[in-house]
Write a new protein. Structure first.
Length: 147
């Protein structure tokens, strides 16, 4: 399968016809499903169908920028639909803090459960931790952007 990585569990979700993961959203670019270990009232992941390892693989270019903004809008729509009255947060783990090497947007409807889980999704400064989706978009916004 083009762009698939044999050892990647997210690629397996995408390409294994026997996968039991229920997809909450699917389109030509991305899919969304529940995090297997939810850390908040709602905790979804949005992943690109193409195997992109981490945020480090994203660059200032239109295709990357539009992919991430699309992932964010899919996450926003899902939480808006499923948990409209709550605070939403969106972001990415940065290496070496990412658990799965396939780019995935964490989408939370707060509160975190249990509450200490917030630590796992806090920014630890420029060198690691968690990066808010909006911040990542600023970082990869093409300089001559029309989007
Ligand atoms: Zn993958
Ligand atoms: Zn993660």
């Amino acid at each position: 399968m083009a762009g698939a990585n044999q050892t990647c569990i997210f690629c397996q979700i995408l390409h294994d016809p026997n996968s039991t993961t229920r997809l909450l959203h699917t389109d030509e670019k991305v899919v969304a499903f529940q995090d297997i270990k939810p850390a908040a009232r709602r905790h979804y992941l949005v992943i690109p169908k193409e195997h992109i390892s981490t945020v480090r693989d994203l660059q200032r270019r239109d295709e990357d920028y539009s992919l991430v903004s699309h992932m964010l809008s899919v996450g926003q729509e899902l939480l808006q639909k499923d948990a409209p009255q709550t605070i939403h947060r969106f972001g990415f783990h940065q290496p070496p803090f990412n658990s799965v090497d396939h780019l995935h947007l964490h989408c939370f409807a707060l509160p975190f459960m249990p509450r200490w889980k917030v630590v796992k999704y806090m920014s630890l400064g420029p060198f690691g931790g968690f990066i808010e989706a909006q911040k990542l978009l600023e970082k990869i916004r093409p300089l001559s952007s029309k989007v």
